[in-house]
Design a protein around this ligand. Structure first.
Ligand SMILES: NC(=O)c1ccc[n+]([C@@H]2O[C@H](COP(=O)([O-])OP(=O)(O)OC[C@H]3O[C@@H](n4cnc5c(N)ncnc54)[C@H](O)[C@@H]3O)[C@@H](O)[C@H]2O)c1
Ligand SMILES: [Zn+2]
Length: 333
């Protein structure tokens, strides 16, 4: 079971109780400067800081090796605690490194991007990229605690906020339509300072946990969290756009597809496009998924695909669909 706390001060009492031999904060050089205020709030007598590269570069094999070497150099032992301070890339690398160092030391997630706070820091997936493929090597490992402090959101750019909103919108569509109602009262500009931000983040986390806690290893119900991702991943790969934007495009196109099969209400897609306009998220030129990347989707078996279908706002289910009908749809988008 994941433990979540919503402030760094409560992390300090958890650390005190856990009595680690050492605490090691891992973050990028850029974030160590930008988020000095947060590092200063973490109180423990013996804190070390290790810097890793910023962004996706952190998830390279060589960086894992370097980080483990740092752990060893600092003499971290089985009783140490490692803190991942940063976005999804930091959480993924550090969670993985902590889980294999000395067969596993405790780690804490402090997600600092919107995507990290609502998505990547929950559910226990950790890992790195390998041979040009994303997240190929990793383990499921639950952190000691995840600290979700929305003060981090204030220093994010509009683009980074839009990125996180992709997963938040998805959470609203698949399970909790009150998320969509909140978003309809906000814009990209208003959200970072909004009083509704905390509740939006908490509701989105609750949606993710409602699936990951029933299906930790992603074999059944957790797969509904992949709504928008079959098409989205293929678009992300082809156009090198950020994940959240790709998920939004994926959601729209997948809704068009399931609508054509009579499985989704057309109002879902129409309202979604209206919401994006309202928020100030512009989607730009038309993007088309490549079929060869779509068929790499892990949910495909033979001639069918297990597909997350959003029936109406806040209601979804997995449905086995004919692969050929998806292919025809993708080719004519
Ligand atoms: N483990 C999972 O379940 C899971 C789920 C989704 C995504 N992911 C992974 O997450 C990664 C993407 O995460 P991300 O979008 O957080 O990217 P990221 O970690 O690369 O962070 C994006 C940028 O935001 C900056 N940043 C972070 N916090 C900031 C702050 N508070 N203020 C200003 N700038 C800040 C960072 O310096 C970085 O340049 C991908 O590698 C993806 O595979 C993992
Ligand atoms: Zn995603």
């Amino acid at each position: 079971m994941s433990k979540i706390t919503y402030s760094i001060s409560s992390l300090n009492s958890i650390l005190k109780k856990a009595r680690p031999s050492q605490v090691c904060i891992v973050t990028s050089g850029i974030l160590a400067k930008k988020l000095k205020w947060a590092i200063n709030e973490i109180k423990f007598s013996n804190i070390k800081t290790v810097l890793i590269p910023d962004g996706e570069k952190a998830k390279e094999w060589e960086e894992l090796q370097k980080l483990l070497a740092q752990f060893s150099k600092l003499n971290l032992d089985r009783n140490s605690i490692v803190i991942a301070l940063g976005g999804g890339t930091v959480g993924d690398l550090v969670g993985f490194a902590a889980s294999i160092y000395l067969r596993g030391v405790r780690y804490v997630q402090i997600p600092t991007t919107l995507l990290g706070q609502v998505d990547s820091a929950h559910g226990g997936k950790t890992g790195i990229n390998f041979l040009k493929y994303k997240n190929q090597i990793g383990v499921f490992a639950v952190p000691l605690v995840t600290v979700v402090d929305t003060r981090f959101i204030r220093s994010l750019s509009r683009e980074q906020i839009a990125d996180g909103l992709g997963e938040i919108i998805k959470a609203g569509l698949i399970k909790d339509k009150s998320i969509l109602s909140i978003l309809n009262k906000e814009t990209l500009n208003s959200l970072p300072k909004s009083q509704r931000l905390d509740s939006l983040v908490k509701k989105s986390i609750a949606v993710k946990l409602s699936y990951t806690e029933k299906d930790f290893r992603d074999a059944t119900v957790r797969q509904i969290l992949n709504a928008g991702h079959t098409v989205g991943h293929a678009i992300e790969l082809k156009y090198k756009i950020n994940h959240g934007r790709a998920v939004i495009l994926g959601l729209i196109q997948e809704l068009q597809f399931t609508e054509s099969l009579g499985l989704s209400a057309s109002s879902v897609r129409i309202n979604l496009v209206r919401l994006l306009n309202h928020l100030g998220i512009t989607m730009g030129k038309k993007m088309k998924a490549g079929w060869s990347s779509v068929i790499h989707d892990k949910k495909i078996t033979g001639k069918t695909i297990q597909f997350p279908v959003i029936q109406k706002e806040g209601k979804s289910k997995m449905v086995e669909l004919d692969l050929n009908s998806l292919k025809k749809f993708i080719e004519k988008v």
